[in-house]
Design a binder for this molecule. Structure first.
Ligand SMILES: [Cu+2]
Length: 184
């Protein structure tokens, strides 16, 4: 705010400079271009996830993850005791983020579509699938559901990309995608 009032009190009643009008038009038009590009990119860029979100009690979610793991467990991962879970194609697949692991290890089939559920038992975590760039915030109390169709077979890493405490850097998980279909 100026200390003194402008000498001409109605200073704003001046016509806008021609050049300034052009800048306003260009900036506004560019804003519109970017706005519609964002929407178009969601559809055509195939980069953003089309996901759903629901509210859920963390204990309820943990129970569902455990039920899914018990039902579809096929083996254990080495000496770790972590179950490897191979749900049938089309199934609801549950993954839990907690201090400090992604649990259990999931095994999906290439070319099949799954509903992948994600939530946290305790604090905020970040689901990050490597080496492909899929990132989702994972909160306790919210269940994210992502419809996924793996296109590549192999072993994928999951890390936590949201700092969640002293063991954050050890919070890793794994996802297998197999080529065989139908079996489990
Ligand atoms: Cu974490």
């Amino acid at each position: 705010m100026a200390i003194y009032p402008p000498p001409q009190r109605l200073w704003w009643r001046e016509p806008v400079e021609r050049m300034e009008i052009w800048w306003i038009v260009i900036a506004f038009a560019w804003g519109l271009v970017m706005f519609f590009t964002m929407i178009a990119w969601h559809v055509y860029g195939r980069q953003n996830l089309a996901n759903e979100a629901y509210r859920i009690q963390p204990e309820t979610y943990v129970a569902r993850v455990e039920a899914g793991a018990t039902r579809y467990k096929v083996r254990e991962e080495g000496q770790t005791g972590v179950p490897v879970v191979h749900p049938p194609p089309g199934a609801d697949v549950y993954l839990l983020g907690r201090l400090w692991q992604w649990w259990p290890i999931l095994e999906l089939e290439r070319g099949q579509t799954y509903r992948l559920h994600l939530s946290s038992a305790d604090w905020q975590h970040g689901f990050s699938l490597l080496p492909i760039n899929v990132n989702i915030q994972v909160h306790p109390g919210y269940e994210m559901v992502v419809t996924v169709t793996p296109t590549e077979a192999g072993e994928f890493g999951i890390v936590c990309n949201e700092f969640c405490g002293i063991g954050h850097h050890t919070m890793t998980g794994k996802l297998y995608v197999t080529d065989k279909t139908g079996g489990r």
